[in-house]
Write a protein that binds this ligand. Sequence first.
Ligand code: ZN
Length: 457
Amino acid sequence: MSQHLLSLIVLICLAFPCTAQYKLLNPQVSKIVASVSEERIVEILKKLENFGTRNLLSSQTDPVRGIGAARQWIYSQFRSYNSRLEVRYDQYKLKKITEPNSRVPRDVDLYNVVAVLPGKVHPEQRIIISGHYDTLVLTGPTGNSTTAGETPPAGDPNGPEPGVTDNASGTACVMELARVMSQYEFDKTVVFIAFAGEEEGLLGSSLYAAKAKKAEQQIEAVLNNDIIGFEASGSGRIENRRVNVFSDDPSDSPSRTLARYAREIGERYVPMMKVDTVFRSDRVSRGGDHTPFAQEGFAAVRLSSPQENLANEHTTTDTFSNTSPAYITRVTKVNGAIAASLAWAPMAPETSEQVERGGRKVTRLFLTRGTARSDAVLKWKHSPDKDHAGYVVVMRSTTSPFWEREVFVGKVAEFTVPDVSIDEWVFGVKAVDLEGNESLVSPYVPLGRPKRVVEVY
Ligand SMILES: [Zn+2]
């Protein structure tokens, strides 16, 4: 190719950079995905197993065995990754819970271990990557009952509780991504959390989520990792190229929107993995640390292995030799892709506003039928970043789980889809930047009519 032609192409690319970037890989995100190290994950899993037990009620003071030694090690590891990580304990004094088979039979200190990587453009926006580091061995294997909490704890919190797949696997994902991602600067704040008290009823995450809600924190996404180490189920079924992402109803809830994003971006950057969205809050009658966040109104999903080995869970055989570091590594890469993309992505456009009507605040969608009464007219509000490239309008039929059509519409604040009924389609809009990072979709979701109270006499 001649030098002149090459410079002409470079000039054209500089003059019209926007449309060419949509759906292209951001090389920085690809680098993060490639940097996730299986050797590091193996080291973390073995170290966590070697604490013997990480039961909430195990020793807080023994230097080598128990939850106290484990949390101090996680804390010091976070500190060692990068000085820009702000590491702290999120500490609580729990009162004992008096009930049959109580999992908190005495007062106990609970420590979540938190590492914050402050954002540069939207520091108030937080992306959380989490996993619980505590363990619990029960008197019988998981899954024999669908009644939560029916199987009582084994009794001795200082006895052997390796807890490698449940949930050194999720903790290793959080720690490895803290190491890799802290080498970069993101637009938004990324928060890495190892929760405690999950096995006693999502205690650490519930306390954290309630505090975040009270402080009016802006949490854009929670990626919770719990049981991401099994690739073979008890029946011998093997699957190691697939991960489940659980999200709560309704079909355009913040968590469901995040789950669609996780599927789109996870599979884009880690194409050997199938990211399967499961449209329920969690596995049947079982829970995880994403749920307290979803209940507070934040977007929160659970990543989990589709082939759980229930015979090993909550027993002394949940060991390193019964887990798959290669599978954990792939799921960690999926997490890295989703979190890094979102942490560099623009904010989602606004598709509605609050207005006063009859003394009450109601939500008004920026979606109308237009002057012809038979079009879909979409408007949005958004403050673009410096690297803004434009907007993408998406649509799907009301029965479809995923967005079916999308149009890159450029730097506009309104778009008309002619001759389609707004009653038959769900619409959404997202913002895209020049590096190919995409915001979450903001759906145009019709809200239920407020219930009318009729007084009679
Ligand atoms: Zn767990």
